[in-house]
Every structure is written in C-alpha cells, then in structure tokens.
Design a binder for this molecule. Structure first.
Ligand SMILES: [Zn+2]
Ligand SMILES: [Zn+2]
Length: 423
C-alpha cells in the first residue's frame, strides 16, 4: 500500500511555488522596509506557553492543539500560532535590553487540529509581524497600513480592513459582567460551548459560529459603549492616524479575536470571495502579554497573514520556466561532451538539460518540445568532425551554427542572464 500524507498536511508542488515565493518575497521586502527583522522560532514549544498566552478557554487551546508528551514526559505542542513563541524568544533573549522598540517578523508553518477544508489545513502557513515596546496609537495605524500595503502588493485587490477595540482588562471586567447578565437571560438559545463560555469568558460568544448564538449576539451590548477613557481615546487616535495615512477601514463592533491576549486595537483584513473564511489576515495589540509570560511591562502589537487563504484570492503565477537549452546527442562521445557542457552552463546559471536514457534523436527532440524548451542544440559524430554544432531557436524556428570548441562560451554570451529574464 502507498503511504499518503497525513490528513490536513499538504505538499506544495513546484507548479505552485512561484506564487508562494512572490508572497514571501513581498512580505520580506515590505516588512524590512518598515524596520522588521526576521526571527526563526522552533516548531515545538512547551504546552504551558500556549495555555498561558492564548487562553485556556479558547478553541485553539481547548480543541485544536497538537500536544503530546515527549520521551522525557514533558508536555510539548506544535506551535498553533507564532506570537506566543516570538514573545517567549523576546523575553528569553532579553531583546528589550538592546532597544526599547523591537520589530520582528516570521514566516513559517503552524499546526492546528481543525476539520480540513478549502483554505484551512492542519499544517498551514503564516506571515507574522510583531512590534514590541510602543504603546503609541501611531504604531497601531502603521502596522495596519503596512499590512494592507503588503496584501495589495501580493495582488489582493478587493479587501476591507475591519477594526475594533477590545479594551483593557479594566474596562473589560465591567463589560464582562454586563454581557454575562445579558446572556444569563438567553441561555435557552445558546449552544453548549457558549453556556460554558458565558461563565468563563463571555466575550468568546461573539465568535461562535452557531446561528442561534449569532442571533443572540446581534442584540448584545457592545464593548465600545463600555470602554474606559484611556481605551476610548486610544481607539479614536488609531482611527485618526489611519485617516492620516489614507487607509480605508470600517469599525466592526462585534469583532473579537480567537486569542485572549489581545487588548485595545483588534483588526482583520477580509477578502471578498472567500466565503465563510473571509479573513486573510488578523491581529491586534497585546499590551499585557509580555508581562504575563514573565517578561517586563512591554506593550506589543502584531498580525498574522494566512498564506493559504491569501493564495485563494490572489492571481497565481505560472509554474517555474523549463530549462533554457536542451542538448540532444547521438553517440557516446557526443553524450560525454554534452554532459560536460551542461555542467559548465548550469554552473554559470544557464539552465541546460540533456537526455540520459539513450533515446533516439527524434524522441529526445519530442521531449524538448513537450517541455517547451526554447533552445535546442544537436551534437553527433557529424558535428564533432565538422566542429560545428546546430543551435535551434524553437520559437523563431531559425537555426545557426556554433563552433564546437567555443560552444559554452558562445551560449553564455547568447543566452546569459539578460536573455533568460526576457523570456
Ligand atoms: Zn480600558
Ligand atoms: Zn455558541
């Protein structure tokens, strides 16, 4: 029996790779221009890190983590998201001691045990950006602006930035009681999960996908009416700085995030045409996370882009190009010469290919044609004795002779990088 990939874990094949790379390259370009530096975090962390940061009542921690005991008996988890790990690294390596403001980004896979469907895998990829050390609302606006910029550079045209304020623990405390009282009167309409959420973390009910719960929440009191003065002022300033940068946005007062560490600003970028999984990126401020994980009192803000979801709504690039040159051979000596030429050309960056299966000239040419290789050279005994090799331009239908003893040099000149790029 053939062994297949684990459900929800997928291969990214060569024909898809250029679109992936474009997204990653645009991300690096934009983020580095905005002062972010790359960090690489491990795939595996202590389970405790996520339970403490993401929150014990969240779906992620309750149902979706890949946690297991390692051989030493420690509970470890494949990272379900990156912010907690990046925050851990920030604290562990005392990155705050070098500069009060630290900007980090990370690109890599995350793992959640969810029901696999289109745009949602168990191993999925994120681009993460985090700013530590600045509480100023300008940074909230800048982070959202650069996210929108980055998504448009990747080719996302129809999207909307939605923002909300989740308040601070102070204003949320009062609101939680108000919301709890509201839910208490409507328990008949709530699902089992929300009955539990109502007790431990009633804000989570806003996130429930069950229709009955959503109907209840349409009439629910909103956090924006319960924000403390500081949070209210922060939100107003964030909005005014977004306007300063001319970034269109809308306020979604029912947006909560699936992670407990967010405070004040929360945001999502929603793409048209993604159905129920509309958000391609999301993030927010987390002013207490670093302290809660045992670090200093340092505010933070960041976002994650879901790469698979983004790829569903941006144009895909064609597969990588075929080799530039195919060398067809006839006879042992020709084969040996072509072998050396291919090596020398590839070593200088010109993609060259030949056949190693001793096929007829006709079938070698058929293969080159099928792969749509633009240039074909033919070498056999005749060419070796006359000292001339035929080079065919398959698109133009023309051909010319190239001296055998300067073949590699000539090809480098004719098909070097500039020709390569033009194709
Ligand atoms: Zn507040
Ligand atoms: Zn519910």
């Amino acid at each position: 029996m053939v062994v297949k990939a684990v459900r929800g874990f997928s291969d990214i094949l060569p024909e898809e790779i250029l679109t992936w790379r474009k997204v990653e390259e645009e991300a690096r370009r934009v983020l580095e221009a905005f002062g972010f530096r790359e960090i690489r975090i491990p795939v595996l962390e202590r389970t405790e890190l996520f339970a403490r940061s993401i929150g014990g009542e969240t779906d992620i921690v309750q149902k979706e983590m890949y946690s297991f005991l390692d051989r030493g008996g420690d509970s470890v988890t494949l990272r379900p998201e990156a912010t907690a790990s990046i925050a851990r690294a920030y604290i562990e390596h005392r990155l705050y001691s070098r500069d009060p403001e630290v900007r980090l980004y990370f690109i890599g896979p995350m793992f959640r045990y969810e029901r696999p469907q289109k745009g949602r895998l168990r191993q999925f990829h994120q681009i993460n950006a985090e700013v530590f050390g600045v509480a100023h609302p300008m940074v909230d606006a800048e982070v959202m602006a650069l996210l929108v910029l980055l998504l448009s550079r990747c080719g996302l045209t129809e999207h909307e930035l939605q923002i909300n304020s989740l308040g601070c623990p102070r204003c949320r405390e009062g609101f939680r009681e108000t919301l709890k009282a509201f839910l208490e009167e409507r328990t008949r309409k709530l699902c089992q999960d929300c009955l539990r959420r109502k007790e431990r973390n009633p804000l989570r009910v806003f996130d429930c996908k069950v229709k009955g719960c959503q109907e209840v929440m349409e009439e629910a009191p909103l956090l924006e009416d319960h924000l403390c003065d500081e949070c209210k002022d922060h939100f107003l300033q964030v909005r005014s700085y977004l306007e300063e940068l001319k970034v269109p946005y809308s306020v979604n007062p029912r947006m909560v995030r699936g992670l407990d560490y967010y405070t004040k600003t929360a945001f999502e970028v929603v793409a048209k045409g993604l159905g129920a999984q509309k958000a391609v990126a999301a993030g927010g401020r987390y002013d207490n996370l670093i302290a809660e994980l045992g670090g200093p009192e340092v505010p933070g803000i960041g976002f994650a882009i879901g790469v698979e979801r983004l790829l569903l709504v941006i144009p895909s690039l064609p597969p990588p190009p075929p080799p530039l040159l195919f060398i067809a051979t006839l006879g042992d000596e020709a084969e040996r010469i072509a072998f050396r030429w291919c090596y020398e050309l590839k070593a200088s960056g010109i993609t060259a290919a030949m056949d190693h299966r001793r096929r007829s000239l006709k079938s070698q040419l058929r293969r080159a044609d099928k792969l749509e290789i633009p240039y074909v050279a033919i070498i056999g005994e005749e060419e070796i004795s006359s000292g001339k090799v035929i080079l065919r331009d398959m698109r133009q239908g023309s051909q010319q002779n190239i001296p055998l003893d300067t073949f590699v040099q000539e090809i480098r000149e004719r098909l070097g990088p500039s020709v390569h790029e033009a194709l």
